[in-house]
Design a protein around this ligand. Structure first.
Ligand SMILES: Nc1nc2c(ncn2[C@@H]2O[C@H](COP(=O)(O)OP(=O)(O)OP(=O)(O)O)[C@@H](O)[C@H]2O)c(=O)[nH]1
Ligand SMILES: [Mg+2]
Length: 434
């Protein structure tokens, strides 16, 4: 099968969504700038040092600080939401303090547990004696944030609207988030069990919020969520994340995508697209290294680099042991159920011993790979690199592993959604018994 057929094969694969079917690829395609920079590098230096140059490019996303501000009146659920975004529970170490009495009174940064460039800031609400309109912007260092998430629990206040208009004046972005919809739904159910209709109630809440916020921004949207971790796969959480990734300033977008936890299909698809476009960097860097002998492998191949990249996919797509264990705890999914689901796609034993698996895979892949298949990469990395077997093998190995991991991760998201629905049903039944 030549490379085009190989790609076609996956494009046509009817049973799964794959990297080729979801997300907006154009946005993440190799830019002319990137192509030009690599070309210039090769023109100047030959392939000497190209591995370093490309490896640096691979890590560039870590250099972008990302600061997201979460703001809203006291008690609307800021800290709870921040924990949810970071994938931690209120009782976990390093979690934001959550409570029924006022807990946040000065800007407090929370780093993402895995990616320290991403900080989510818990900001005090506007309009308290300590934070009047006049002093608020200066006191919270308004300019440092890339993005504002404005939260409310019932209705947005005048203070929230004031903040949104300030953000807009400064050409920054904000999103309105309405928390606590789980409680609203529950109350509605209690009050009107015979006519209860979830969609209708959510629509009513949405319209009610929109009426207010569209007075400051006619295009404003509102996202309805529950901040509790177990609801992270429900309501507008996925759409919220998608918008957050889409609206991020372009330079920081890759960084943002790679710095978020996988919590829904929207984030997952963006991550896969971002990882996919890294493959040619890794393959180029691998091929640029002078032949490093790998036992039993008769081609120059930077095995360490390729293995680390595969490990990076695993972590990015939430398939590492600690994340799976966490999902198992939060959503009460037995580990052997997770293992069984994964076995059909990417057996846990291989995921856990990924480095050995990658090497084995590369050995098999080296037989039968032909270099003409990669001619399309000549414009990016030059003939000297694109025509090596190393480039081809590395590309195919990473591509196939990424596809498998995408399927595996999508499966896990499905299992989590299922488990979350089950937990919610059980809770509703328990509450009816009280
Ligand atoms: N059911 C439900 N409870 C929530 C939600 N968000 C927050 N809570 C609860 O509401 C209470 C207040 O939440 P916090 O996250 O501490 O609110 P906050 O905005 O950080 O409060 P301050 O720091 O005091 O301004 C806690 O008991 C949370 O468990 C939600 O979406 N659904
Ligand atoms: Mg708080």
């Amino acid at each position: 099968m030549n490379f085009t057929d190989f790609e076609q094969y996956f494009y046509r694969d009817p049973i799964v969504e794959s990297i080729t079917t979801g997300g907006n690829f154009q946005l993440l395609d190799i830019t002319d700038d990137e192509k030009k920079q690599t070309e210039e590098f090769i023109h100047k230096n030959g392939v000497n040092g190209l591995d370093n140059y490309l490896s640096q490019r691979l890590n560039a996303w870590k250099q972008h600080p990302l600061d997201i501000a979460v703001v809203g009146s006291s008690g609307v659920g800021k800290s709870t939401f921040i924990n949810c975004l970071r994938g931690v529970e209120a009782e976990d170490e390093g979690a934001a303090n959550v409570g029924i009495v006022e807990t946040t009174n000065q800007p407090t940064p929370y780093e993402h547990p895995d990616f320290s460039n991403l900080k989510i800031w818990d900001l005090p609400g506007v309009g308290t004696p300590n934070y009047s309109h006049a002093s608020y912007l200066e006191k919270v260092q308004f300019q440092r944030y890339d993005f504002f998430l404005i939260l409310c629990r019932t209705r947005f206040t005048e203070n929230d609207l004031w903040l949104a208009s300030e953000v807009k004046k400064n050409n920054k972005r904000f999103l309105f988030i309405r928390t606590n919809v789980d409680t609203d739904l529950y109350n509605e159910y209690e009050d009107h069990p015979s006519t209860f209709n979830e969609e209708e109630i959510l629509e009513r809440i949405r319209n009610n919020c929109l009426e207010y916020i569209r007075t400051v921004d006619s295009d404003a949207e509102v996202f309805l969520i529950s901040g509790h971790l177990k609801y992270r796969v429900r309501f507008d959480f996925g759409k919220l994340n998608e918008t957050l990734l889409r609206d991020y300033p372009s330079l920081k977008r890759e960084s943002m995508i790679l710095s978020m936890s996988v919590m829904c299909k929207e984030v997952l698809v963006s991550k896969v697209a971002a990882l996919h476009r890294r493959i040619w960097f890794v393959a180029g860097a691998s091929a640029a290294v002078a032949a490093i002998p790998v036992p039993f492998l008769s081609l120059g191949f930077d095995a360490t680099l390729v293995m680390s990249e595969a490990e990076f996919y695993k972590k990015q797509l939430g398939l590492d042991q600690s994340n799976l264990q966490k999902l198992s705890n939060v959503y009460q999914i037995p580990m052997d159920k997770i293992e069984k689901e994964l076995n059909e796609i990417f057996p846990l034993q291989h995921l856990n011993a990924l480095r050995a698996f990658v090497l084995e895979f590369a050995k098999k892949q080296a037989v039968g790979t032909t270099t003409e298949e990669f001619a399309r990469f000549v414009p990016y990395v030059g003939t000297a690199i694109a025509s090596t077997l190393s480039f081809g093998v590395c590309y195919i190995v990473l591509y196939k592993i990424l596809l498998r991991m995408e399927r595996a991760s999508l499966k896990i998201v499905d299992v989590v959604i299922h488990a979350s629905n089950r937990m919610i049903q059980e809770e509703q039944q328990r509450q009816q018994l009280i």
